[in-house]
Design a protein around this ligand. Structure first.
Ligand SMILES: NC(=O)c1ccc[n+]([C@@H]2O[C@H](COP(=O)([O-])OP(=O)(O)OC[C@H]3O[C@@H](n4cnc5c(N)ncnc54)[C@H](O)[C@@H]3O)[C@@H](O)[C@H]2O)c1
Ligand SMILES: N[C@@H](CCO)C(=O)O
Ligand code: NA
Length: 437
């Protein structure tokens, strides 16, 4: 008779126990029996690396597991989960983990967008997995669909709302008239924001996610510095109100595409027509559109931030890498064979909506229109806002809202600069891109 032996438990180490880490501990504990059944072996949490073991913790976290020796912990684990964030010491710890033969799961988009290939290479040499579903759009399965399900197709474009905090902030500005700072504070209290919300507000977080998605989608390497980036700090209550008047909402979009020039990846606020599916993405939700040659258009939607949703993605990865350790095999290695150049952001094609205040007299609109024509930029629509009520603004001033057809950033920016130089133009109040029309 063949002796029946219990499968050996897989030792799991957790690095960081904040918003996401606490929920990872909770799910690992509450679902241990189901996870063991799915993996084919129990998952044993052997330690939780924290900065201060004496600090107060959620009761879900067994204090006996806390350690301030992260380096020692990663050397006694089969699977290392990194949810501490930041570049160092996260990078060194993950490299130590793979060198010691552990598989790793990380939510750290900042690290992957800065220096992912170093980790991917080290893991490949060691024959272990690096999984990172939580790093892009939190709970939404998007890394795996792009990396695996679409591996037989040709992805052309990825368009998404990839940052929950800024979507929450813009939504609060739109629906409740909240100011930027108050809305950011609420997002922090709800666990959506990064430790330093500048990463969210200024678009670094979305740019990191765009770099990761573009690399996966186009089988190439795109770093965060390759992504042209503009955050939401300059979006005003006035912009939000005008967007509504012209049938749009303002969203922080990430756009990744392949052009004749190479890969273009950019993050910026944009006007999205109210009828577009992305316009209906509310609160801290995220959504990602993927356009592929054979598949056509795909849309992924769900919670892109928050402790429990992000922990769901982490646990899904833990089960995958754990199964590989039980059954053998390994997930896909980094695919960067296409080696595409990074396209100049100036060549990106977009549409602008320009709001300006001009002298209200005959011929001014013709002068403005002439500047567009001279630069080959076609105008789609011109609206003149009502004259301000008495006491509400100077008389003799007309408010124009001009929407263009597609043009390159270079042509559009040159047109705006020329308009600013016209005597009859008092102010260019705002310039926003229009996407998704
Ligand atoms: N919060 C979210 O919604 C969310 C969503 C997706 C991905 N992420 C990513 O998950 C990671 C964690 O995010 P979070 O929101 O839980 O952050 P957090 O700030 O709440 O938690 C991070 C924890 O790690 C600890 N830590 C940092 N450096 C450490 C070190 N050297 N040793 C031990 N502990 C250390 C911190 O003290 C903190 O408790 C980040 O990479 C973040 O980008 C977060
Ligand atoms: N701070 C990020 C968390 C998810 O990466 C967001 O707001 O989307
Ligand atoms: Na995800």
């Amino acid at each position: 008779m063949v002796p029946v032996t219990a499968p050996t438990a897989l030792r799991v180490a957790l690095l960081g126990c904040g918003v996401v880490g606490t929920q990872v501990v909770r799910l690992l504990t509450e679902q241990s029996a189901d996870l063991a059944a799915r993996v084919g072996a129990p998952l044993e949490l052997v330690g939780v690396a924290v900065r201060d073991a004496s600090a107060p913790r959620d009761p879900a976290v067994d204090r006996a597991l806390l350690t301030e020796d992260a380096e020692g912990l990663v050397r006694r684990a089969d699977i290392v989960i990194e949810v501490m964030g930041g570049i160092e010491p996260a990078r060194s710890l993950l490299l130590s983990a793979v060198a010691a033969g552990a598989s790793v799961v990380t939510a750290n988009k900042a690290l992957l967008a800065e220096d992912g290939p170093t980790l991917y290479r080290a893991a490949d040499e060691a024959g272990v997995d690096v999984y990172y579903e939580a790093a892009v759009a939190g709970a939404i399965p998007i890394v795996r669909p792009v990396r695996e399900s679409l591996a037989g197709d040709r992805v052309r474009r990825v368009l998404g709302i990839l940052n929950g905090t800024t979507n929450y902030v813009l939504d609060q500005m739109t629906t409740n008239g909240l100011g930027l700072d108050d809305a950011v504070r609420q997002a922090q209290a709800l666990g959506y924001a990064e430790a330093d919300p500048t990463a969210d507000v200024e678009g670094f977080d979305a740019a990191a996610k765009a770099a990761i998605l573009a690399s996966l989608a186009f089988h190439t390497r795109v770093r965060i510095d390759d992504v042209s980036r503009e955050g939401i700090s300059s979006v005003t209550a006035d912009d939000v109100a005008w967007a509504a008047q012209t049938g749009h909402v303002i969203k922080l979009l990430a756009i990744c595409e392949v052009t004749d020039e190479g890969v273009s990846a950019r993050v910026h606020p944009a006007l999205v027509p109210s009828g577009h599916p992305l316009a209906t993405v509310r609160g801290a939700f995220n959504a990602v559109f993927v356009e592929a040659d054979a598949a056509g258009e795909l849309m992924f939607y769900g919670r892109g931030a928050g402790g429990a949703p992000t922990a769901s993605a982490v646990l899904g990865d833990v089960v995958s890498v754990a199964r590989h350790r039980v059954l053998g095999g390994k997930g896909p290695a980094e695919s960067h064979y296409a080696q595409l150049p990074i396209a100049s952001p100036q060549e990106a094609v977009t549409r602008y909506q320009i709001r300006l205040e001009v002298d209200d007299r005959p011929g001014v609109l013709a002068q403005v229109a002439q500047l567009f024509a001279e630069r080959g930029v076609s105008i789609e629509a011109v609206r003149q806002a009502p004259r301000p009520a008495a006491g509400d603004g100077p008389a003799g001033v007309a408010h124009l809202v001009i929407t263009t057809h597609d043009g390159t950033e270079t042509a559009l920016a040159a047109t705006v600069a020329a308009i600013e130089g016209l005597d009859a133009v008092q102010t260019v109040t705002s310039v926003l891109r229009v996407e998704g029309a």
